[in-house]
Write a protein that binds this ligand. Sequence first.
Ligand SMILES: Nc1ncnc2c1ncn2[C@@H]1O[C@H](COP(=O)(O)OP(=O)(O)OP(=O)(O)O)[C@@H](O)[C@H]1O
Ligand SMILES: [Mg+2]
Length: 222
Amino acid sequence: MINLSGIEPFASGYNRHCYRHPDDPALCLKVLRPENIEARFQRQAWPKKMLGRARIDDNRQELRAHQQQAIRALIKDGHNELVWAHLPQFHGAVGTSLGLANMSELLFDDHGVPGETLEHYLKHRGFDQPIRDAADRFCNWLLETGILTRNLLPHNLVIIDRGGQPELFLVDGLGAPAIPDKLATLPAWRQRYIGRRIRRFYLRLDWETGDQSTSWEASQKL
Ligand SMILES: Nc1ncnc2c1ncn2[C@@H]1O[C@H](COP(=O)(O)OP(=O)(O)OP(=O)(O)O)[C@@H](O)[C@H]1O
Ligand SMILES: [Mg+2]
C-alpha cells in the first residue's frame, strides 16, 4: 500500500485530490474526496439514490472509461502511441492510505512542474493561435480514434509541449457513462456523438474567453 500521509496534493478537483507518487514523481495518484462524493450523493433524487454511491465514484467510472471499445481495439492492434497521444498513460487502481487511487502518468513541463490547464492558459494568454491549433489537433484525434468523452471542459485539459509544440491532454472526463455499449460500437453514431462534444467544446472556449456576463448554463439556452 502506498502511504500518502503527510503529502500535500499537487492539485485538486471537486471530486478528487491528485498526489505525486512518493516513489515515482512521474506518476499521479488520484483519490476520491469522500466529503464531496457524499454531498453529490445527497443532492440526488431518491430514484437515483437507489442506484448507490458506486455510480458517482469518478475513479470507478474512469477505470470503465479506459475499457471502452475504441481504446481496447486500438491497443489490441498495437496503436498504443495513438491512444496516449492526448491521454495520460493509465495504470489502473492501486491501494493507498487514503483508499483506492487511479494511477496515471503525471504530465509535467521541462522544469518538472505539473502542466498548466487549458483554463489557466486561456485566462492568462487567451485563445491564441498555437492553442487553437492544439485544440484542432486534439479534436481531430477524437474523430480519428473514436474515443468517447464526456463534455470537454478547459480545467480537465492539461497543456504539455510535445515535439516542439503544445498539445492538449484530457486528464479527466473520459468515457460516456450514460451511453449503452451497443450504441457506442456503431461508427456513424460515434462520429455524431463526438461531433456534438467538439461543437460544445468550442462554444465553451468562446464563453471561457468572453466577458462571461452570462453563466455557462444560461449561455446554453440563448
Ligand atoms: N495526469 C495529470 N498530470 C498533470 N496534472 C493533472 C493530471 N491529472 C490531473 N491533473 C491536475 O489536477 C486537477 C484535478 O484533477 P481531476 O480533474 O482529475 O480531478 P476531479 O476532482 O475529478 O475534477 P472535477 O472537479 O472536474 O470533477 C486537474 O484540473 C489538473 O490541473
Ligand atoms: Mg476535473
